[in-house]
Design a protein around this ligand. Structure first.
Ligand code: NDP
Ligand code: OXD
Length: 308
């Protein structure tokens, strides 16, 4: 029984070492060294090969090496094969760190001070109590919930929006499109942690961003295609929004001539908010292999009808 890994080769080498230590009975193969493809039962990939069915005819489970699954063309994965995304503590920790630093940088005026520094200016700005800063997270899943729990501990006034009602201690919950306007109207810092699906593509548009109070900020750590980048720039230029921190763009990377690169109110990072950590991810994958053999639902198994 073989397990094939098709993603970043340097990380793959770490997965290979961990598999050798933790599951020596499983033969671990690193793409493109597929070997006898008929022996491959499990595939872990950032993007599966396009001809998955023809290339790996005996695959029983396809794992995403990321938390998101939008990079998969699910129509090419036969219906009987379960698709499992990465639900593991390492990726959660990374996202909590990134969003916390982004919210705190906004909250403590780090961008305004960076601008002051370019002018050799030494001016104190008033500090707003965290309890008066309203943070709202789109997406109350694995990542949104963890981020909100940490931000709550700083005392921020927190809310979250999801498709179905979710409870997070101390966080105001909003569910469904009928509650979106009310959620936006109380949000000074909006964090997007939605999966990219047909329902959420382009959701961060003129209407949604325009529904935020004047002076609000956007942190997009979901996916680039959630955001209409031209609507964002128009709202930044009109002063409706104060700034944006974008870890994801469309496309990635943006072409050198793209106006977002040089926009004074935009900070860009190259999709590094979080990544699967092999040490913790391999444990979850091994648990999932056990569950699969026992006929149990796996951790992170997606609902194909929802696309996440
Ligand atoms: P989950 O699947 O655990 O959670 C998704 C959340 O979004 C759920 O609360 C879900 O609602 C909600 N949601 C989905 N569709 C809608 C909709 N149409 N309307 C309202 N709410 C909706 O995902 P994760 O938290 O694990 O990850 C979220 C995303 O973060 C990933 O898909 C990926 O795109 C991105 N990501 C980015 C990384 C980066 O480095 N920038 C790293 C890792 C992930 P409900 O609870 O009702 O199901
Ligand atoms: C992910 C990502 O989805 O890295 O895991 O973006």
């Amino acid at each position: 029984m073989s397990f094939l890994y098709k993603a970043d080769p340097a990380r793959g080498a770490v997965w290979a070492r961990l598999f050798a230590q933790r599951a020596p009975e499983t033969e671990f193969r690193l793409w493109p060294d597929v070997g006898d493809a008929r022996e491959v039962r499990y595939l872990a990939a950032w993007k599966p090969p396009e001809d998955l069915n023809a290339l790996l005819p005996n695959v029983e489970v396809v794992f995403s090496t990321g938390a998101g699954i939008d990079q998969f063309d699910l129509s090419r994965v036969p219906d009987h094969i379960p698709v499992v995304r990465m639900v593991e503590p390492g990726i959660v920790e990374g996202m909590v760190e990134y969003v916390t630093q982004a919210v705190l940088s906004i909250h403590r005026d780090i961008f305004a001070y960076a601008h002051q520094q370019t002018m050799r200016q030494w001016t104190e700005l008033a500090v707003m109590p965290a309890s008066e800063r309203r943070v709202g997270v789109l997406g109350l899943g694995m990542l949104g919930q963890a981020v909100l729990s940490r931000l709550k501990a700083f005392g921020f006034d927190c809310a979250g929006w999801s498709r179905t009602p979710r409870h997070v201690d101390g966080v105001a919950g909003y569910a469904g499109y009928e509650s979106l306007d009310a959620f936006l109207a109380r949000t000074d810092v909006l964090v997007c942690l939605l999966p990219l699906t047909s329902a959420t593509r382009g959701i961060l548009d003129k209407r949604l961003l325009g529904g935020l109070p004047r002076g609000a900020w956007l942190i997009n750590v979901g996916r680039g295609p959630h955001l209409n980048q031209y609507a964002l720039m128009a709202l930044l230029d009109s002063g409706h929004l104060s700034g944006a921190i974008l870890d994801v763009t469309d496309p990635e990377p943006l072409p050198p001539s793209h106006p977002l690169w040089a926009h004074p109110k935009v900070r860009i990072t190259p999709h590094i908010a979080s990544a699967t950590r092999p040490e913790t991810a391999v444990e979850v994958v091994l648990e999932n292999l056990r569950r699969h053999r026992a006929g149990l639902t796996m951790i992170g198994q997606i609902d194909r009808t929802q696309g996440y």
